[in-house]
Design a binder for this molecule. Sequence first.
Ligand code: NPQ
Ligand code: MG
Length: 384
Amino acid sequence: MTGIAVHTPGSALPVEVEAVELHRIAMPLVRPFETSFGRQSARDVLLVRVLTAQGEGWGECVAMADPVYSSEYVEGAAAVIRDYLAPALLDARTVRAAEVTSVLGATVGHRMAKAALEAAVLDAQTRAAGVSFGEYFGAVRPEVDCGVSVGIAPSIEALLDEVTEYAEAGYRRIKLKIKPGWDLEPVAAVRSMLGPDALLQVDANTAYTVADIDHLRGLDDFGLLLIEQPFVEEDIAAHVTLAQAIDTPVCLDESITSTAVAIDAIERDATSIVNIKAGRVGGYLEAIRIHDACLERDVPVWCGGMLETGLGRAANVALAALPGFTLPGDTSASDRYFAEDLTESFVLVDGRLAVPAGPGSGVTVRTELVAAWRTRPTELLARA
Ligand code: NPQ
Ligand code: MG
């Protein structure tokens, strides 16, 4: 088990929240990213800044522009923060990051929106205490092994070119996005190009049904680390059926919305590896509880990614430094997605990214870029 900030009692001091700001920006992607739910060519990002008596804190909301990965989306997240979550936080006045979930508890769901607020409070609180996210979370390593997620390509040839580029950059694991009509053939081609020892996995983002189980069994020929989320998020039973039918380990992403759901899915043998994304589960502190529950049950975990800017990436890298994160994450370098990052850029060195060591998230939001990339006026939310 890891303990939150066991060695740093001062990091648990609360902050006094005075205002919340919402910032909307658009960042062009270096290449379009295609998954079974669509093709993205820019990242529409909602940033949250909390102003507290102890200093500022920034958080990134990972919701996408459209509700296609999960039910949350950027406009909806901004609305629920404006109308429900920020007022609750401002009403509480004095709050610790560990209390944010209960302060926001009257609102059901909206985990990505809640996670962004919790991250901002966490940043303000740990910055004020001079403690890094890594220290606060219980990181056990100074850098983390990185993988890369590769979108659906226009052709096998284009896919092999893209994978070659990432392999040459030093990524320690390749993940291929798959969907019906783009699965066995691209996976076979990449496996034969990389050789038998390369770490390779696939992610279906819910594109299949139980009728596809016989077909999916064909993936067993390719020595994959895992198949991620083949079926709809609510259908744990379908994943149990697949896990019984296939040798490739099944790993849930979209389905895992809380520690309780994670434990249930593990106990039912629906998932033998877990993808942890803080946004999907309502925050970094819930993500750590899932990590702890998995570690206790010998279930390996890895850190997922949502095309975060350097701000969210910094927190993900700190999370991925916890002991149970034994598989490379989707914690790719800044240049995998963006020509210029919102913070200091994350650079791959020997297939790894360094865990930021400075206070809070350890990175600085470049406010001149927030201004340059802004797509909506800043919203200032303060006590009435
Ligand atoms: C996944 N991420 O593991 C996701 C899903 C995903 C790195 O594969 C814009 C914003 C586009 C968020 C595409 C990776 C996205 C996105 C895919 C998240 O399922
Ligand atoms: Mg996924």
